[in-house]
Design a protein. Sequence first.
Length: 196
Amino acid sequence: MALGFIGTRTIASSNENTPEAIQCELFWNNARRSALRDYPYPFAQERVNLALLAEFPEEYENEWQYAYSWPNKALKVHRIHSQGKENRLHKEKYVVRVINNLTTILCDTENALAETTKDVTEVSLWDDMFVHNMARKLACLIAVPLLKNNSQKVQECEQLYAMQIQNMRSQAASEEEEAQSEILDSWLLARSSLHV
């Protein structure tokens, strides 16, 4: 699909000894991880308990109360909140730093829970929308080495990918607004029926 998007010859297998197969193989993992970070696809979302570091880094003692290790297989942390907290949409403040060669999350949240995007390498678990977007992301990355003298096509690939992600974000925001409106309407209806 990615090769089709940029208009080069296609391949039957990534094991072929062709420039197209070599570039697809070279950029595959980077494209997957990057595409997963670009949008919170439901199949890749995971809620994890964060593991407290054994020793708090001294250089951050006056800024933060807790230091947690980065969740295993997580590509992105969307929000952090306390376990058992009713308002899970509330986003606690945090920063990510590399301390002693370990990616560390610093925050003021006790018993922290993280909403993350994890790295899903098994292709059979990908949904159709991600397959399409992954192919577009891969096309963006392989277009430069394969189409060395066609910067217009490279730019077109990048624009199409960015537009698709923006459309998905807009649609998700619209659906979330509708859901919140329905919850508010049902609450108002229930409240008004109590006063009748």
